[in-house]
Design a protein around this ligand. Structure first.
Ligand code: GLN
Length: 447
């Protein structure tokens, strides 16, 4: 813990932690130490973990990097925090993120952007940017993030770490601040795939507080081992043919394909019929769900209340106007619009139908192949401030990650070295629902 605290202090300018639980972590380390000596320690004894600042931890602040929750203290712990602590993990602090997990660059945080440790003038990726850099810069052993449309995988690829999102329904969302509930999933940022497997087993599984959880058996961390079998892998042809994908990103994919073939795997190009509809349907649905989930921040129940309010209506209006940032407001407005009586059928209902087509076609591909291989993001980390002004440009960055989210499938971003500017690159591997064990075992091939 002391070593990680030293790293956190040395790299404070990266803006990774919204709060460091220094005293708590030191006290926890003493307790764990005693249990190790007594032979009663849990399976994560001494694993120092950072949690994204949208994960509730009893008696600790949780802000979702928003002004509206700036002084909010959680009165209970999320199921995942309870499960981590029960196995003697040590939680070292809460990591900066995009406000309410909305973003792909960590530039939408009320507390400012997180800087990439590989190049401090560049973004960390988002929305779990703080969690990614915490692992990248050695500020903790592993970090927990959430992935609604790529928020674990994309920052992992920008920061050169492993980012894993399990199947929807694997890990409890109880005590995770909701963004888009039919997509939100807890994920991990780690240096190794083995750690991702261990954390999945510890955090996953049924929980009476989340009715969407599957009862399918969780993969055992002990079963994690490199898989040397021959696989059938599809890759997205458009990732190579599209002018929107960076040349070095393409080369990373091409090199991986050539190596896989040379090693005897079957690798074939596929075209995804609904490629152009991935980003639009994701954003329509995610914004609709967000507008509904964020209705609870009304200046009355909890969180920020405007001191300028004079009656109920002005309490709502001013608290929300002053409490939410620009991107969150944009999404609430667009989400409310697509759900409104006159536009529901044209946008929300249509997007739900498209989601079903996307899910069915993705499952059909994975019926024929073991995995789908794509870049994680079309470009490496970009300079801070470069894309902020055009939200649509940033939304398009999610093209490769939202497919797994729309289909509810497990996916992982694996580091594949650096480009010519020293910026990390990543590839994404997507698997069938609940095939985490196969996904994680085969991921070792790429490391
Ligand atoms: N970039 C996507 C968005 O802004 C994904 C965010 C996430 O996964 N939380 O919605």
């Amino acid at each position: 813990v002391k070593e990680y605290l030293k790293q956190i202090k040395a790299h404070a300018r990266l803006n990774v932690f919204n709060e460091v639980f220094e005293q708590d972590a030191l006290a926890a380390a003493k307790n764990v130490d005693a249990r190790v000596k007594a032979g009663t320690a849990g399976r994560l004894a001494g694993m120092v973990i950072g949690i994204k600042d949208n994960i509730c931890y009893k008696d600790h602040k949780v802000t979702a990097s928003s002004r509206i929750l700036e002084n909010f203290t959680s009165i209970y712990s999320s199921t995942i925090v309870e499960r981590l602590l029960a196995e003697d993990a040590i939680i070292i602090g809460r990591c900066n993120c995009d406000e309410f997990a909305m973003g792909a660059a960590n530039e939408n945080s009320f507390f400012g952007p997180v800087k990439n440790f590989a190049d401090e003038t560049r973004v960390s990726g988002g929305s779990s940017g703080g969690s990614a850099v915490a692992v990248q810069a050695g500020m903790c052993h592993a970090a927990i993030g959430t992935d609604t449309g790529g928020s674990v995988r994309q920052p992992a690829s920008f920061c050169g770490v492993v980012g894993f999102k399990p199947t929807y329904g694997r890990i409890s969302r109880h005590g995770i601040i909701s963004y888009a509930s039919s997509f939100d999933q807890v994920g991990t940022l780690t240096k190794s795939v083995e750690d991702a497997a261990l954390l999945l087993e510890i955090m996953g599984g049924p929980d009476e507080f989340d009715g969407t959880l599957s009862r399918k058996e969780l993969p055992k961390a002990e079963a994690h081992k490199p898989d040397n079998g021959k696989k059938k892998i599809a890759y997205l042809q458009e990732a190579i043919s599209s002018p929107g994908v960076d040349a070095e990103v393409k080369n990373t994919l091409i090199n991986a394909i050539e190596k896989l073939r040379a090693d005897g795997h079957t690798v074939k190009p596929i075209s995804f019929e609904y490629l152009d509809y991935l980003v639009p349907s994701y954003y329509i649905l995610a914004m609709a769900e967000a507008s509904s989930n964020l209705a609870r921040y009304d200046g009355v129940h909890y969180g920020y209340r405007s001191p300028n309010a004079t009656d109920l209506i002005s309490t709502y209006k001013l608290s929300r106007s002053e409490g939410f940032g620009k991107e969150v407001k944009r999404r609430i407005m667009l989400g409310t619009f697509v759900l409104s009586a006159g536009y529901y059928d044209a946008y929300y209902a249509k997007a739900q139908k498209v989601r079903k087509l996307i899910r069915d076609q993705t499952n059909a591909i994975l019926g024929e192949y073991d995995f789908l291989l794509t870049p994680t993001a079309p470009e490496p980390a970009f300079p801070i401030g470069k894309k902020e002004k055009d939200p649509v440009v940033t939304y398009l960055y999610d093209i490769f990650t939202v497919q797994a989210s729309l289909a509810g499938l497990p996916a992982i971003s694996l580091p594949r070295g650096n480009n010519s500017k020293g910026l990390p690159l990543g590839l994404q591997l997507l698997a069938k629902g609940f095939a985490e064990e196969q996904l994680l075992n085969f991921s070792e091939y790429f490391l």
